[in-house]
Write a protein that binds this ligand. Structure first.
Ligand SMILES: Nc1ncnc2c1ncn2[C@@H]1O[C@H](COP(=O)(O)OP(=O)(O)OP(=O)(O)O)[C@@H](O)[C@H]1O
Ligand SMILES: [Mg+2]
Length: 277
């Protein structure tokens, strides 16, 4: 009997046996941190294929064992490293908030606009938390003995290299890879640290090159359409006006919205996965 372990925003995780987990990529979608009540049929399959593509393409040790059907991936069960390895090529999201609130953050030059391209990609790790991931500096990681110096060096270098590779592919496909989050774990059998979790639209921000302009909010290609529609029907205002911790009930998504969303996930996947370098 497969043991259910965990249900995240997107995937459900089961324990297959002593050494393996099963990731089920569901059709769930959320927006403004609110899970929608309508599923995007076929989304899980695309996200599973997307993760498979990157694990094959990146040519780095990873936890993928095999696909099991269209929307399930068998992975090696690892002992997870308690740090989320975020790499950012652009000044966006929580880094922009910290940048405007604190002087001299991560050695970035002053007066950069929102969504500016950074002079080089930076490693911006966070702790792994159930509620809200918190940024943690490399010094704190070492002081708190979360990682050794050589583990930290390895994770930083690997993450930045993977980001660079992924952004070359994205660029060729017409997209900007603004940032990405990697998770790593230790393989109990070989004792090596290997790439884990998943790689897809929930782990990275991707903008179209066409619509990119520094100085304004950019919306990920896949999220744009849903957010626009939710704004149109007044749901965005409901979220804004709702009290902390109280989420409004989302509307049913009409079938043309569902179709368009699936089309977008499929479009990014197909554009990216046909790039050959
Ligand atoms: N190979 C692995 N072995 C053990 N645990 C893993 C492995 N790969 C990923 N994990 C962990 O499994 C969990 C996957 O959960 P999932 O990503 O679905 O939800 P979540 O991280 O809780 O929430 P969110 O939906 O915000 O991502 C994460 O805690 C991740 O760190
Ligand atoms: Mg996760």
């Amino acid at each position: 009997m497969m043991k259910f372990i965990h249900s995240g925003k997107v995937k459900d995780v089961y324990e297959l046996d002593e050494y393996n987990l099963l990731f089920l990529f569901t059709d769930r979608v959320s927006a403004y941190d609110v899970p929608m009540i309508t599923n995007i049929k076929g989304k899980g399959e695309i996200l599973c294929k997307f993760a498979e593509f990157w694990f094959n393409y990146l040519n780095t040790n990873n936890h993928m064992v095999r696909l099991d059907g269209k929307d399930k991936m068998v992975v090696k069960k690892l002992s997870m490293i308690p740090v989320e390895c975020v790499v950012r090529g652009y000044l966006y999201g929580s880094l922009f908030e910290r940048y405007t609130a604190t002087e001299n953050i991560m050695g970035l030059e002053p007066n950069l606009k929102l969504a500016s391209k950074l002079s080089k990609p930076i490693f911006d790790p966070t702790t792994k938390s159930q509620i809200h991931d918190v940024p943690i500096s490399e010094d704190q990681i070492l002081e708190q003995k979360i990682l050794t110096k050589s583990e930290l060096d390895y994770l930083r270098n690997t993450s930045v290299n993977l980001y660079n590779l992924m952004s070359i592919v994205s660029d060729k496909a017409g997209f900007i890879l603004a940032d990405v989050k990697f998770e790593f774990g230790r393989d109990p059998q070989s004792d090596e640290i290997i790439l884990a979790d998943s790689l897809g639209p929930d782990e990275f921000r991707m903008w179209t090159k066409e619509s990119y302009k520094a100085g304004k909010e950019q919306i990920s290609y896949d999220k744009q359409f849903l957010r626009d529609w939710l704004t149109k029907v007044g749901f965005r205002d409901k979220v804004r006006l709702s009290k902390d911790g109280e989420k409004p009930v989302p509307p049913e998504l009409p079938s043309d919205v569902v179709d368009e969303l699936l089309k977008r996930y499929t479009h990014v996947y197909e554009k990216i996965s046909k790039i050959q370098i």
